[in-house]
Design a protein around this ligand. Structure first.
Ligand code: GLU
Length: 444
């Protein structure tokens, strides 16, 4: 087989959603799997709707996913080439300039039409098998509005041939365009590429994934703090699998395993919940150092941040969530708690004496003072839990009457990690100082 060349050919007429990039992922992986090259073609023939910001977003998205193109160009840079071939086509009698009767204001009086030979066109699609369509009904279809304005079909066919594209991998919505493009390839004497039309991507409710239905631009996931390796992994599995049990494949493993034969025929479901769990997997796979470095965390205490990373790995599905936790339920690791007297005593049992919280905290204080630096949460629990259990024996809910004020004294927050985790990360010294402040408030 000659060297594979694939392409991704987005139109910069809007922000592309994650599903659109699945096409780029498949085209890239297949090219790299076979040692071939991957071309990025910006299809900007629609001058009104194409916008530089959309093109910039496409480049950013591909850079984020780390799908570098071996060659990249815009169709608007190729106008001279299209003109040359349009003129040749007309001269050769493949196409002709057709006089039109304008129906609407602004309609052309002249367009260039292809002389359609009619009949049936067949091609073998790498995913769906043989597809045959009768092209007679298409009539002499328009291939350019003027010599400088080819329409989509003509430009695609010229570019695919000029770039030596061997495999056209694109969405199933383009199946209907293929016979028209094959007619043009034949007429122009171009080689026919292989085709693989990818199954649709649906929302969990089986409606089509689309911007109109609220699908997000891919870069929104980046901004939300997803890892590109997670997104790449997720997109590669939208309609493909490696044929074994593996669910999490690195970029290198994907390139090794990817193959067009295992692309499924049925539509794939874009499920954000699954995507979040894939992202969590990749976040957890980072070393604590890498996690802290890649999370874009604004913190004045990097050492403390590092010790909080295991908690973030347990809880967060995205880095944005992790950042929110640092200013929410985990904020107590980075600032002194501001305590309210009534919250300290909020869980006291009705039948307990008034000063129960204070005396319990004093007892716990002694136990915490005896803990070594660097103590694990498990060891803290072993040291303190018997005191809480003793309280539970006195009455149901007694454990909370001890653990709540301890946790609140340490965090100043209604929600936080458990007190053992807090003590282990704060260290016994800082924990002691916080407990002492709580006792002082209860004395006051
Ligand atoms: N520009 C087309 C699109 O964005 C893709 C054309 C193709 O892949 O042939 O849908």
């Amino acid at each position: 087989m000659s060297v594979v060349v694939t392409r991704f050919a987005p139109s910069p007429t809007g922000f592309l959603h994650a599903g659109n990039y699945r096409t780029a992922v498949f085209a890239y992986l297949f090219a790299k799997h076979t040692g071939g090259s991957f071309v990025l073609r910006i299809e900007d023939t629609d001058k009104e709707r194409s916008k530089p910001e959309y093109e910039a977003n496409i480049l950013e998205s591909l850079a984020w996913l780390d799908l570098p193109a071996d060659r990249r160009y815009r169709q608007s840079d190729n106008t001279a080439r299209y003109r040359e071939l349009l003129e040749k086509s007309v001269a050769a009698g493949i196409a002709y300039v057709s006089k039109e009767t304008p129906r609407n204001p602004g309609d052309r009086e002249e367009v260039i039409r292809f002389k359609n030979p009619g009949g049936a066109v067949s091609f073998v699609d790498g995913i769906r098998g043989e597809i045959t369509m009768d092209v007679s009904d298409l009539g002499d279809f328009v291939i350019a509005r003027s010599f400088d304005e080819p329409v989509f079909h003509f430009a695609v066919v010229v570019d695919d041939a000029d770039e030596g594209i061997t495999h056209v991998i694109r969405g199933e919505d383009h199946i209907a365009n293929t016979p028209r493009q094959i007619l043009l390839q034949r007429a122009l004497g171009f080689p026919l590429p292989a085709y693989a039309h990818l199954p649709l991507i649906l929302n969990p409710d089986r409606t089509k994934l689309s911007k109109r239905k609220g699908a997000k631009a891919l870069t929104e996931y980046r901004d939300q703090g997803m890892l590109p390796e997670a997104m790449l992994n997720y997109l590669a599995f939208l309609g493909w699998n490696p044929g074994d049990e593996r669910e999490y494949l690195s970029r290198k493993e994907l390139i090794e395993a990817f193959d067009l034969t295992r692309i499924q025929k049925g539509s794939a479901i874009f499920d954000e919940i699954k995507l979040l769990s894939v992202n969590q997997h990749w976040m957890r796979a980072l070393s604590d150092e890498d996690f802290a470095a890649r999370g874009d965390f604004q913190t004045s205490d990097p050492g403390r941040l590092r010790s909080v990373v295991p908690l973030l790995k347990e809880r967060a599905h995205t880095f944005q969530e992790a950042r929110e936790m640092l200013s929410g339920e985990l904020a107590c690791f980075f600032r002194e708690p501001v305590l309210e007297h009534d919250k300290l005593t909020a869980k006291e049992l009705p039948n307990c004496p008034d000063n129960m919280t204070k005396s319990a905290l004093e007892e716990l204080l002694e136990l915490v003072e005896a803990l070594p630096e660097g103590v694990s949460a498990g060891a803290v629990k072993d040291a303190l839990m018997p005191r809480a259990d003793a309280e539970e024996k006195k009455g149901k809910g007694g454990r909370g009457a001890i653990l709540w004020p301890l946790r609140y004294a340490l965090s100043g927050q209604e929600r936080s990690p458990d007190p053992f985790t807090l003590i282990s990360i704060l260290g016994p010294k800082e924990a002691v100082s916080r407990i002492q402040k709580a006792i002082a408030i209860l004395e006051g």
